[in-house]
Design a protein around this ligand. Structure first.
Ligand code: F6P
Length: 329
């Protein structure tokens, strides 16, 4: 692509929605790639809420030193519900214009991308999305930064729970995050040798849980682990526990892993993805691309139109229950 005088000289970067491990690696990559192209970078703190407050600071090379290994996000984040209103987005656009910020990189999930899409549609601001959420649930991309770290954190936790479950011959329901997506639950289920996985988009089959646990016990298993995808609302495992007790006389323990899955040092995969996506996002803006996402599909990075990445997908990353069930006998 030929570069013209229209090439951007400044860009803003923000994180939005739930934080995910690797967001810092992405911010670092954005800042270093931009400075390498003589583009000034502005960090917008606390997502769209911070943008509206004008919480914006220029980022130099030292500001992103020593962060590639850190969880959370140095830019902080927020869920900004008022950004659904056009008049609020207009305010945000004016703030960007006043600060001379010519392009925006948004690191977040499909909701954050919807805000970015509207900013582009309504005010012509060039925007590039970097998929960042532990849920791996954004349409148009096979991978989102933070997913692998969250899965690994949950695996480590379940391995520990297995020790005590085995020592006491207990059955545990371990609830993992992912909102309406079962991606984390499926990978964790497979990698921990779970006896059963409860998906978020299916009715709970209580009889199947009971049968699986009983079958295991009959052939000498000393513990059972049931991974539960949290679904719409965290804590669903407590309801499942009550039904199992009241209707099937089965006693289970519950462990909701919760926000521990969002923290911690990113894995190699998340650092790699974040570094590559940050670099690609900056170069896409520099080359005049607008309203695209740095997606990862079929094993390769590609720029995908933002319009393809506005939905939440609830099917889970290629893994099926069949494999888990086949290995859990
Ligand atoms: O960021 C994604 C996620 O962790 C989901 O897995 C979870 O359902 C939700 O965020 C929790 O959000 P909050 O931290 O706002 O309670």
């Amino acid at each position: 692509m030929t570069l013209t005088d229209n090439t951007i000289k400044t860009l803003g970067v923000l994180c939005s929605g739930g934080d995910s491990p690797g967001m810092n690696a992405a911010v670092r990559s954005v800042v270093r790639s931009a400075i390498g192209l003589d583009i000034d970078v502005y960090g917008i703190y606390r997502g769209y809420s911070g943008l509206l407050e004008g919480n914006i600071q220029k980022l130099g090379l030292p500001s992103v030193s020593n962060i590639i290994q850190r969880g959370g996000t140095i830019l902080d984040t927020s869920r900004c519900l008022e950004f659904h209103k056009p008049e609020i987005r207009q305010e945000a656009a004016h703030i960007l214009f006043r600060k001379n910020i010519e392009g925006l990189i948004v690191i977040g999930g499909n909701g954050s991308f919807s805000g970015a899409m509207e900013l582009h549609r309504e005010h012509g601001i060039p925007v590039i999305g970097i998929p960042g959420t532990i849920d791996n649930d954004i349409s148009g991309t096979d991978y989102t930064i933070g997913f692998n770290t969250a899965v690994q954190t949950a695996i480590d936790a379940v391995d520990k729970i297995r020790d005590t479950a085995s020592a006491h011959a207990r059955t545990f329901l371990v609830e993992v995050m992912g909102h309406k997506s079962s991606s984390i639950a499926l990978q964790v289920g497979l990698c921990t040798g779970a006896e059963y996985v409860v998906l978020s988009n299916q009715e709970v089959d209580y009889q199947a849980i009971v049968n699986t646990v009983q079958k295991g016990k009959a052939r000498g298993k000393t513990s059972s682990i049931i991974i539960v995808a949290e679904g719409e609302k965290a804590g669903v495992s407590y309801q499942i526990k009550d039904v199992l007790m009241e209707q099937y006389g089965m006693c289970v323990q519950v462990c909701v892993l919760g926000h521990i899955q969002r923290g911690g040092s990113p894995t190699a995969l998340d650092r790699l993805m974040a570094s590559e996506m940050g670099y690609s996002a900056v170069h896409a803006l520099y080359q005049g691309q607008q309203a695209h996402v740095t997606a990862f599909n079929k094993g390769a990075l590609e720029m995908v139109p933002l319009t393809c990445c506005l939905e939440r997908k609830d099917e889970a990353s290629g893994l099926s229950l069949d494999l888990i069930n086949a290995l859990a006998i």
